[in-house]
Write a protein that binds this ligand. Structure first.
Ligand SMILES: [Zn+2]
Length: 562
């Protein structure tokens, strides 16, 4: 049973962990720890809404539980600058108002986001470096460098007298990263030697055997693919994947090609990267307007839109909506990114448009060369992590049931003493010799639509979803005091008929006849009662339409008395 804040009574001498987001779904990562009456948060990210939430693109974790305790919230730690870890901060932080700890690159990305968030103007960002140990309230946070598909990613080791917790964030064991170092095995093993109570970590690829390959393999792979291209090359990747941008640039350079970066989020990320000293030893990026002047076989575009988003650069290019960029027969588009689960249809639709225009499309499965590697650990890498940190307890987070259960299974196979599979809202007491789920708190998702944040179960969204399937009918009638029609009722339908088709238009006339029949059948006394009139007509129209069309559209009736 979900409880509200006042029901949760924790022993302040115990250490507790509660995942508030990310332990049911991809994205919306939001985790909190409690000790000595103080709270610390780790990550606050967004997720993407599916078609079940019409009109909504972005999802955020509902922070209500923590907002009610914000007096005791000592910090929010951000492990890295991916949207699913940092993206919700501009919207949620004004309700939390605590110091934010992150590395320099993450801070650079965050500050760019905050330019459009006036309510975050007084946010205090405390920049840490990998290796730093910082005392935050009753916690000591040790920042550990891990390899991932974005620079300066950290795992966090939280130290308390009750025990040491390794909170992994996202990571992999890339043996040869092209930006930054390998995952800091030494510090993680040292934590293992000192004793780790719990490992709470990334499940994204826990159902994938083996190991993720290295980003340096991608550089080689792209170089090989580029060699076979005769026309323009367009590569789409996640804009935050700075290492990938560098790999593409190196492959371009090796093939005598210049590079232009296209898309707002790519420009943001490249700006943050350069500010932090990355990508600076590459040839100059050309402007969109400029690159068209050189020969087609010397052009490479790095563009946003790997997930098939219509409004991103690749979608616009495919539909000929970019003034300076035209591609066609003989050109190549390379997808150097994985599809986020749920986006496959959009991506295929985009590929169809490109292929239809005679463009060669290359995804990971279309070539023997490596053109993408995951930033997340596969099973052998997770097993390595267990060997280093030797946790008493494993709590898999970051994933859907499928991936979370897969990591739980792996932990059991690796002889980890205890495994706890969490749900969002599980209150887990972390204790040497036996941790357990002791309670459950309410969690939820907020939908960002336009400028407002509303719960995903908001009636407006429910209603919209219904409208999508059934359409709607609006009726206005004017009655006099005796309950007689003063003029013809007005009927408007939405999403029900073809307004240009005379035959279908007759349905609206049938509705008018139905209204008159209904009124004629009503007692005069009832016709004087607005509510009774509205209900009779609403129910009658729905019944009639159900018989005629098999649908029950949402129907609203307005009455006016003169
Ligand atoms: Zn990440």
């Amino acid at each position: 049973m979900a409880k509200s804040k006042n029901d949760l009574d924790l022993n302040p001498d115990d250490l507790h962990f509660i995942p508030l987001g990310g332990s049911e779904q991809f994205g919306v990562n939001f985790n909190i720890y409690a000790y000595k009456g103080k709270w610390i948060g780790i990550d606050l990210g967004i997720g993407f809404a599916g078609p079940e939430l019409p009109g909504v693109d972005i999802l955020l974790p509902d922070p209500a539980f923590l907002v009610e305790r914000r007096e005791d919230l000592v910090a929010l730690i951000v492990t890295h600058a991916h949207e699913d870890h940092v993206g919700a901060i501009p919207y949620i932080w004004p309700r939390l108002r605590c110091p934010v700890y992150c590395t320099k690159f993450t801070a650079a990305v965050l500050r760019r986001k905050l330019r459009e968030a006036p309510d975050c103007r007084d946010m205090e960002i405390r920049v840490v470096a990998p290796g730093d140990k910082v005392t935050i309230g009753p916690f000591e946070a040790h920042f550990i460098h891990v390899a991932h598909s974005i620079p300066e990613t950290c795992a966090v080791i939280l130290e308390t007298p009750e025990g040491r917790v390794v909170h992994s964030g996202d990571w992999n064991l890339d043996p040869a990263p092209v930006i930054g170092l390998q995952t800091d095995e030494k510090s993680l093993s040292q934590a293992g030697n000192d004793g780790v109570l719990a490992y709470i970590g990334d499940s994204t690829n826990s159902n994938v055997d083996g190991r993720a390959r290295s980003e340096s393999d991608v550089e080689t792979g792209l170089d090989a693919v580029f060699k076979d291209c005769r026309g323009r090359i367009v590569v789409t990747c996640f804009s935050s994947n700075i290492a990938r941008i560098q790999s593409i640039c190196k492959a371009a350079q090796a093939n005598g090609r210049s590079v232009a970066v296209v898309g707002r989020s790519l420009h943001h990320m490249v700006g943050a990267a350069k500010e932090c000293g990355y990508l600076n030893d590459l040839p100059r990026f050309l402007e969109e307007e400029e690159i068209g002047d050189i020969a087609a076989d010397q052009q490479v575009y790095i563009v946003t839109g790997s997930q098939g988003e219509g409004r991103a650069a690749l979608g616009k290019i495919a539909h000929g909506q970019m003034r300076h960029i035209r591609i066609g027969k003989g050109d190549t588009v390379i997808f150097s990114a994985r599809p986020i689960p749920g986006n496959e249809k959009d991506i295929d639709a985009l590929k169809n448009v490109l292929i239809g225009a005679g463009i060669e499309v290359i995804g990971s499965k279309d070539t023997s060369h490596i053109i993408h590697v995951s930033g997340h650990p596969c099973r052998d890498e997770v097993a390595d992590m267990y060997r280093w940190v030797r946790p008493e307890l494993v709590i898999p987070v970051h994933g859907e049931r499928l991936q979370i259960e897969a990591q739980a299974d792996l932990a059991r196979k690796c002889q980890v003493k205890q495994v706890i599979v969490p749900h969002n809202g599980s209150v887990i007491r972390l204790k040497k010799g036996g941790s357990e789920i002791i309670d459950h708190v309410a969690t939820g998702l907020l939908a960002l639509e336009g400028k407002r944040l509303i719960p995903t179960d908001h009636p407006a969204i429910r209603e919209r979803r219904k409208l999508q399937y059934t359409g709607s009918v609006h009726v206005s009638i004017v009655l006099d005091g005796r309950g007689d029609l003063v003029c013809d009722p007005q009927v408007t339908t939405v999403g029900l008929i073809d307004q240009e088709d005379k035959l279908e238009k007759r349905l609206e006339e049938d509705i008018l006849d139905e209204i008159e029949d209904i009124l004629a059948d009503m007692q005069r006394e009832d016709r004087r009662n607005d509510h009774a009139v509205q209900e009779e007509i609403r129910i009658g129209i729905r019944r009639m339409l159900n018989i005629v069309t098999g649908m029950k559209p949402k129907t609203s009736v307005h009455t006016l008395r003169v």
